[in-house]
Design a protein around this ligand. Structure first.
Ligand SMILES: Cc1cc2nc3c(=O)[nH]c(=O)nc-3n(C[C@H](O)[C@H](O)[C@H](O)COP(=O)(O)O)c2cc1C
Length: 426
């Protein structure tokens, strides 16, 4: 995406409408563009009415799991006996995903407005926006926007704090994030109890992703029916979604499309296709934690929660990683496994040992020292790493390995049989 942002005619720009417009970053500029009108409206509504509107819109969490947002808000205790908290997940560490960063960089007030509305809906007085530690520029922009909004008295008695991330991928997992805010090591907690019962500081908490909250003011302003009508395929996936496209395409960047948009059109039209003379080989459509698709599956995939599952993958966080025919899939999968081994918090044996062992086997195969039995060993290991740990980091390591062996087995076999020149991995 170039700046100033000129959207493709097939994009539906809601969240990204003001990307590239520096004036939209200021409080004055934002209010001039209709900003904070939804927050004014929310203050006249009962908290349950806000939650019901969001429920009705069909908005689902954009952080990866796609959990219905209004339903999540309704889990908070109705009778307020203790303080309630909102945590905003701006950790964005999933490889391939870079959209929350852009929301904060260009439209910081959209996030603050969505945060204030969510706080009213769940009756929270305090919110923590947990911003990935490396996001120096987005942090500074958010800091300035918050100071301006507070100076204008925009949030009344609500307290919104910015919190710098601790520099670990695992801190994006919701309960690890809460531990990190509390000043502890960012290790995930066993659930239940879920955050609505026992969240940050042991108190009722809701956690939402940046993109999820940035969509909320638009829903309030334009109505649930308007949002719900934005779908090209399945009524269970509504609204628009930002997709961060990287890898072997001619025009990488963030693209906002209506749910159900064909992945093929995103890659070949909006992103200009792969490089000249190359063909598409594979694609990971939802960030590094979801199964890899081959070319045929990529070309059939609709970008919504159900469409992705239909092709054997997930929509995840919307980080689209593209591989052309020059990509060495064994090497790419090793790189992913190595990332997860590095980022495992090491609490669970299956994850700590499984991610490291998986990486070692893949490195061995690449070095030309693999055995045919290694493929079964990798699958067996992956099976033991799926659904057996406190959080899904180890599942995320298993997903590209299992799907990669399924779709690109010949590439693994070529290394094992000595038909491919060994790769020395540093
Ligand atoms: C290892 C791991 C890392 C995660 N990282 C992020 C992240 O960086 N940003 C995010 O919004 N959600 C992340 N999530 C998902 C969160 O746990 C949680 O589902 C999300 O913040 C909920 O918000 P939503 O319902 O608005 O999507 C991660 C999950 C796991 C297991």
């Amino acid at each position: 995406m170039g700046y100033p942002h000129k959207p493709h005619s097939k994009e539906t720009v809601v969240l990204s409408k003001h990307f590239g417009d520096p004036e939209a970053r200021s409080y004055k500029g934002w209010t001039k563009r209709g900003g904070y009108e939804a927050w004014q409206q929310a203050q006249t509504m009962a908290p349950t009415a806000i939650t019901d509107t969001v429920k009705e819109s069909g908005l689902r969490g954009r952080g990866g799991a796609g959990f219905p947002t209004g339903l999540k808000w309704s889990f908070m205790p109705k009778e307020k006996k203790k303080p309630h908290y909102l945590c905003v997940n701006a950790d964005e560490s999933e490889p391939g995903t870079f959209k929350d960063r852009e929301i904060m960089r260009w439209t910081p007030h959209a996030l603050l407005e969505g945060t204030a509305i969510a706080m009213r809906a769940i009756q929270a007085e305090v919110a923590y926006i947990y911003i990935r530690g490396e996001f120096t520029e987005p942090y500074a922009i958010m800091e300035r926007a918050l100071a301006e909004a507070n100076a204008a008295g925009a949030f009344g008695g609500l307290k919104i704090h910015l919190h710098r991330g601790a520099g670990a991928y695992i801190c994006g997992e919701e309960t690890a994030l809460m531990n990190s805010i509390e000043g502890k090591r960012g290790n995930p907690r066993i659930k239940p109890p879920f955050p609505a019962a026992f969240g940050v500081f042991g108190l009722p908490t809701t956690i939402n992703n940046v993109e999820t909250l940035a969509a909320v003011p638009h829903i309030l302003k334009n109505g649930a029916a308007w949002y719900k009508a934005m779908t090209l395929s399945n009524p269970k996936s509504t609204g628009t979604k930002l997709f961060s496209v990287c890898g072997h395409v001619q025009r990488p960047g963030n693209y906002e499309v209506t749910m159900g948009f064909p992945l093929k059109d995103l890659l070949y039209e909006l992103c200009g296709g792969v490089r000249p003379g190359r063909t598409l080989k594979a694609c990971i459509p939802g960030g590094s934690s979801v199964p890899i698709l081959n070319r045929e599956e990529t070309e059939s995939c609709l970008l919504d929660y159900e469409g992705a599952v239909e092709q054997g993958t997930m929509l995840g966080s919307g980080g689209v990683i593209v591989f052309d025919d020059t990509a060495d899939m064994v090497y790419q999968i090793m790189r992913l496994a190595r990332f997860y081994a590095h980022e495992s918090c090491a609490q669970c044996t299956q994850c700590r040992e499984g991610t490291a062992w998986t990486t070692k086997i893949l490195e061995r195969i690449l070095a030309g020292q693999g055995k045919t039995a290694d493929l079964d060993l990798l699958l067996d290991l992956s099976e033991n790493m799926t659904g057996k740990t406190i959080c899904v980091l180890s599942d995320s390591c298993a997903a590209p390995v299992v799907s990669g062996i399924k779709r690109f087995k010949n590439e693994f076999e070529d290394y094992i049989a000595g038909r491919r020149r060994p790769v020395m991995v540093a």
